[in-house]
Design a protein around this ligand. Structure first.
Ligand code: EPZ
Length: 416
């Protein structure tokens, strides 16, 4: 398995481009299942998770052609509305084919995603919503099996804010008979990007980005083209890498528009952040101030940036309290950071981080996508060499990470 070898101490500087958003591309590629006409997507990030989803769509009968960051999908010949366990277990977001398949084919058999390192990740809200829209949904032998001649519009209320739950139900509702209202909807920017794509296909949606989304079902959707929005979590991750090294970095093809909570915390930590139309510049002090944070649904501080900020706090001046309120087990990076000399105490869903002057390089292990990013950030500033194992986690969500970090002056390379 590949590893990442980082020699700490370089102050990052220079400019890199941010890729398309993984968590927008995943639901948007699934939206192609909703129409028999071809869809063309641009700014699609070339990531392991995207490749996994395209393979899953391909075995359903979707014709796929890809050229760099442009992908064309033709779902006119979908004849196998099944997402098998072997493919779903490697990428939970495969559950996003469920809503589109039920809406387009009247039937779907999708393997239950199962949990992952950060939590149990149930999909009960996805199922509850489809049942409320008239689908007969059973869970047997580890598969969700949903059937309905045509979904009916309904008023849906999710017990908690769920991003892919909102996305699945919004996609399903576009072809339902009548109006669907999703209350307590997630407000993430990726949901707005998905809604924009669906509207370009002829869907009738209002309220995306708020906690009440209204969808008037139509009989069919047509083909369209759509450019994937920039990845705000990749953006936040490189902002943290620049911040921890006292760097001066410019990120292009992105904006602070969807990162207010993260930019606020970086400024509280002592960074200067300037935003232009589609670029961000960050200048960091020699040493950051510790910042407290509490993860919550958008627009509050994103859980997907919690691990990266824990790494910042490990070498900041002062003590930081970090509350993780979304997932039940999202502190796996803490024990690995402690191997680098970090002073972290975990108490339930709260981590107390006492900043230290220096981390020491060591061998550490990635456990999940954002935990891996946290270890990279710590390795950039640790004394000596840090070897990160199981970096296939990184490949799932960060396009050309080694190239981008090296372009900013980091001493990093991939070793087998
Ligand atoms: C999405 O996951 C993202 N993934 C995650 O990013 C992100 O961390 C998460 O939203 C929260 O922002 C994609 O968009 C592909 P949820 P999702 O449903 O939709 C509970 C990354 O690093 N819940 O919003 O699976 C759930 O257990 C990934 O890119 C239920 O109980 O998250 C969690 O505690 C990691 N029942 C909370 O709700 C359900 O039916 C929020 O989960 C659904 C969710």
């Amino acid at each position: 398995m590949d590893k990442l070898l980082i020699a700490g101490g370089s102050r990052l500087s220079g400019e890199i481009a941010i890729s398309g958003a993984k968590n927008a591309a995943l639901p948007i590629l699934c939206a192609a299942l909703l129409t028999a006409e071809p869809m063309t997507f641009s700014n699609v990030p070339q990531l392991k998770d995207i490749a996994t989803l395209l393979a899953l769509l391909g075995q359903m009968g979707v014709e796929i052609s890809a050229d760099g960051d442009t992908v064309t999908l033709d779902a006119s010949g979908v004849d196998n509305p099944v997402a098998p366990y072997e493919m779903v277990k490697t990428m939970r977001a495969s559950i996003l084919v469920l809503g589109p398949l039920v809406a387009r084919c009247g039937e779907a058999r999708v393997s239950l995603p199962g949990g992952c390192a950060i939590g149990a990740r149930p999909v009960d809200q996805h199922i509850k919503g489809l049942q409320a829209m008239g689908a007969e949904v059973g869970v047997e032998h580890g598969y969700v099996h949903a059937r309905v001649p045509r979904l009916k519009g309904a008023r849906l209320f999710t017990d908690m804010v769920t991003v892919t739950g909102t996305e699945n139900l919004m996609m399903a509702a576009t072809l339902a008979d009548g109006e669907t209202v999703i209350e307590n909807a997630a407000r993430e920017p990726e949901i707005v990007d998905l809604a924009n794509c669906l509207v370009a296909m002829g869907a009738r949606i209002s309220g995306a980005g708020t906690d009440v989304i209204r969808i008037q079902g139509v009989d069919r959707l047509h083909g369209a083209t759509h450019r994937i929005m920039p990845d705000r979590i990749e953006t936040g991750t490189y902002l943290c890498a620049a911040a921890v090294t006292g760097g001066d970095v410019r990120l292009t093809g992105t904006s602070t528009a969807y990162l207010d909570a993260v930019v606020d915390k970086l400024m509280d930590a002592g960074c200067e952040v300037e935003s232009a139309r589609d670029a961000i510049r960050i200048k960091a002090p020699a040493r950051l101030q510790a910042v407290n944070l509490r993860t919550s649904p958008y627009p509050a501080f994103p859980t997907d940036m919690q691990a990266q900020f824990m790494a910042l706090n490990c070498v900041a001046h002062g003590v930081a309290m970090i509350r993780e309120t979304i997932f039940e087990n999202r502190f796996m990076h803490a024990v690995e950071l402690q191997r680098l000399g970090a002073m972290i105490r975990i108490d339930g869903n709260t981590a107390v981080v006492q900043g230290v002057e220096r981390l020491q390089g060591a061998t550490v292990m990635a456990t999940d996508l954002r935990a891996s990013a946290s270890l990279v950030i710590a390795g950039l500033v640790a004394e000596g060499e840090t070897m990160i194992e199981r970096i296939y986690h990184l490949d799932r969500g960060y396009e050309r990470l080694v190239e981008k970090l090296a372009a900013l002056g980091a001493s990093v390379r991939r070793v087998s």
